[in-house]
Design a protein around this ligand. Structure first.
Ligand SMILES: [Fe+2]
Ligand SMILES: [Fe+2]
Length: 218
């Protein structure tokens, strides 16, 4: 294989690290909701669930809007057709999950939330696995130029800033190990890492007990 450009590596890393954060966050939603949640923790857990659902939706919207059209043009149309079908089924279940989160927040029981999160997980995880298998670095190298890879990564980052916002960013960061945080976000400007992230992190406190990693190490 020819050497892999930094742009292709960054694109591949970006796609897979989001999947890692989605898997961990959804696992936490499903496992926490499988047992009664203490009343004092209801608001914080509902907040965590709401961020997770929004993160799942934003990731799939960004693929539909940014990545899939480019991959369709690059000879992967059959594959993308299958994944668009996965997304349609997934987004239906995600509507149900959002309704279950709202009901839980308004004093509803945890069982509906657990059942819904488990259904989303059953659709989502095989889909993420399929995307990772189908978009490995060799496929990406063949499908897009270095310039396209850089443009896709930039467009995805902008989409995330617009649709996930700082609440989603905090969920994302806390779903990663220290090493993963630094690999994906270590190049953000000093002012963002050292000043803004700690400020944004304050609104994550109600969710902190559900974090994969309680600490941000940027
Ligand atoms: Fe997807
Ligand atoms: Fe994906």
């Amino acid at each position: 294989m020819t050497s892999v450009s930094a742009e292709h590596q960054a694109l591949h890393h970006g796609l897979t690290i989001v999947h890692t954060a989605l898997r961990r966050s959804l696992d936490t939603v499903a496992s926490t909701a499988s047992k009664p949640v203490p009343e004092a923790d209801r608001a914080g857990f509902a907040d965590f669930c709401e961020r997770t659902a929004k993160f799942v939706r934003a990731h799939h919207d960004s693929e539909e809007e940014i990545f899939f059209p480019v991959f369709e043009q690059a000879g992967l149309a059959e594959q993308i057709k299958t994944w668009r079908g996965d997304h349609a089924a997934l987004l239906d279940e995600l509507d149900q999950l959002e309704a279950a989160i709202a009901a839980f927040q308004a004093r509803g029981d945890h069982e509906r939330l657990a059942a819904s999160a488990t259904r989303v997980r059953a659709l989502l995880f095989p889909h993420l696995d399929a995307e990772e298998a189908g978009l490995d670095i060799a496929v990406l190298q063949k499908a897009v130029t270095t310039e396209q890879a850089a443009a896709l990564a930039t467009a995805a980052s902008k989409h995330g800033q617009k649709h996930v916002g700082t609440r989603g960013l905090m969920l994302f960061l806390h779903a990663l190990t220290a090493e993963e945080q630094r690999a994906h976000f270590g190049k953000m400007p000093w002012f963002v890492r050292k000043v803004l992230v700690p400020i944004w992190d304050r609104n994550y406190r109600p969710c902190a007990r559900y974090a994969h990693n309680a600490t941000i190490s940027l």
